[in-house]
Design a protein around this ligand. Structure first.
Ligand SMILES: Cc1ncc(COP(=O)(O)O)c(C=O)c1O
Length: 392
């Protein structure tokens, strides 16, 4: 089947966080939004059909957890990632971020130190701090346009008593798809120092050819025993509004604690549309995903080439996966507020300003590539023209 990802679908006035909050967030309702990570593409036809059929029933009651749903998830993990997961290891959550929060509560005590690798998806900080834990930061090292982990500093944080590591794999915003050697080295340190891991693998299906996503817990039984993996069909298939995600916890004791906390918080019920959409996604929409990945990779290459030609001071970090492009704009010499002014007021576009991902994200911008190419081009044109106008 062929898909038309070039079509610009009107999303304004649809209660879209991305398209309808321009005035509140950027002071202008007409700003072109390439920030929050949802896609401007229509979902795979099988998903649209499954959700439509379910909507037509007209009664939106409490929803069960059918075997078909669990089998769709385990089948997907086996087919796409070579990971054999038992259905009993799965727990439903209303999102990956809620799962991160619950995992922090279950695996640490107030005051404990939790490691993250900055710059990183901003809710990582929130789930640590808002639960009364402390952030232990292991800044990633940007070298030759690619991020790598700083194992020396990581080990010192573990020696210093950090209890838990929040891993973003693949990494948002740097676009790294961590390879086997990197994950094994990280895993060895965690095992050596008794540090458990919450592995956020929401971007795990969004990986470009030449790279492979390796679920951390699939690498060894020892790692499976210390890891809570958080995943979802939401990022992959553009259904984040359906609030459907899951954790994979092979360790029975941790799983029990996690499930008890979900129960205590009363956040375990499934979204009415979630199982049907997930089944359609994981069993009938693989060709759509492969097609969308091709399109996004071509968007990435287009954006990189465009910036090289029109704004050579901006240095994109070539993503290996995710639909996000992380661009080093430090050579423009603008402060955080000047970058915002440049985007929102002068170019009338919104990429994400990088300092929300950590201090070492300052001077960077994150571009959401999951949009029609003409929209991406328009945003880049406006941004580069506005940047050029500043220097002339
Ligand atoms: C690394 C990462 N985790 C989690 C999420 C969001 O998860 P959810 O909407 O399921 O809470 C995102 C969304 O951008 C993300 O990039």
């Amino acid at each position: 089947m062929t898909y038309n990802f070039d079509e610009r679908l009107p999303r304004r006035g649809t209660y879209s966080e991305k398209w309808d909050l321009g005035r509140e967030l950027f002071g202008d309702p007409d700003v072109l939004p390439l920030w929050v990570a949802d896609m401007d593409f229509r979902c795979a036809p099988a998903i649209v059909e499954a959700v439509t059929e379910r909507a037509k029933l007209g009664i939106y009651g409490y929803t069960s957890r059918p075997n078909e749903y669990l089998e769709a998830i385990t089948g997907w993990l086996e087919r796409r990632h070579g990971w054999n997961v038992e259905a009993s290891w799965l727990t439903d959550t209303p999102g990956v971020v809620p799962a991160l929060g619950v995992a922090v509560q279950v695996l640490t005590e107030p005051g404990d130190r939790v490691i993250l690798q900055s710059p990183v998806y901003n809710p990582f900080y929130d789930v640590i701090r808002n639960n009364g834990r402390e952030v232990a930061e292991n800044p990633l090292i940007l070298e030759d346009g690619r991020y790598r982990m700083d194992y020396g500093h990581l080990e010192s944080l573990m020696q210093g008593g950090a209890k838990l590591m929040l891993l973003c794999s693949p990494h948002n915003p740097g676009g790294r798809v961590w390879n086997r050697e990197e994950l094994e080295r990280l895993g060895e340190l965690c095992l050596k120092y008794g540090v458990k891991v919450v592995s956020d693998e929401i971007h795990g299906d969004l990986v470009f050819p030449g790279h492979r996503h390796l679920p951390l817990a699939s690498l060894s039984e020892a790692l499976a025993g210390i890891t809570i993996t958080c995943a979802a069909p939401s990022k992959t298939f553009n259904i984040p509004g359906l609030a459907t995600a899951y954790t994979i916890i092979p360790n029975v004791a941790i799983r029990k604690q996690f499930a008890e906390r979900i129960k205590a918080l009363a956040i375990g019920s499934l979204n009415y549309f979630g199982p049907s959409a997930t089944i359609a996604a994981y069993t009938q929409s693989e060709d759509w995903l492969d097609a969308v990945l091709d399109y996004i990779r071509a968007n990435r290459d287009f954006a990189v080439a465009y910036l090289l030609e029109h704004l050579p001071a901006a240095a994109p970090v070539l993503s290996e996966g995710t639909y996000l492009l992380w661009v080093d704009c430090r050579a423009l010499g603008l402060s955080k507020s000047e970058l915002k002014q440049l985007m929102y007021k002068e170019a009338k576009i919104a990429f994400t300003e990088g300092s929300i991902y950590g201090q070492n994200g300052e001077g960077f911008l994150r571009i959401n590539l999951a949009c029609p190419r003409s929209l991406l081009q328009e945003a880049l044109e406006r941004f580069c023209a506005a940047a050029a106008a500043r220097t002339t």
